[in-house]
Design a protein around this ligand. Sequence first.
Ligand code: ZN
Length: 159
Amino acid sequence: MPKGIYERTEEHNRRLSEVLKGRQFSEESKRKMSESHKGMHHSEETKKKISKNSPQYYKGKFGKNHNTWKGENAHEGSIHIWNIRHYGQADHCELCGKSGNGNGIFFQWANLKNHKYSRDIEDYIQLCNSCHQKMDNGKIDIEMVRELRKQIKYIKIGG
Ligand SMILES: [Zn+2]
């Protein structure tokens, strides 16, 4: 776990366990999760996704072959860079608790305001690609994530 980027309060832990209890995983996502836990299936696609989480990706490769989040454009790219500069690279998932890249898992600053990309850290939460995708396509209730976000304090590290 990283130090100095966020604080996890008692309240947050309680909320998180409630959130996790309430999650409905489809059979498909359960299967994917157990596969990723086994550390198998390092497909080319997976490798590509991992490399997208490298800092180089954020330095000007936006708009090419992107499929990590929909509607990405240059403006959104600059916002993500803003997040990383001030609050660090996303390195864990607030929903499922994963941290550490690998097995196709990587972390992103997810926007909680319907992709109205602001420069307000309150509008962002660190999620893994899997939870981010589920939130974006409605499999995880964004209202629940917004509630969870209120329990988290990200600490500015630079800029
Ligand atoms: Zn996650």
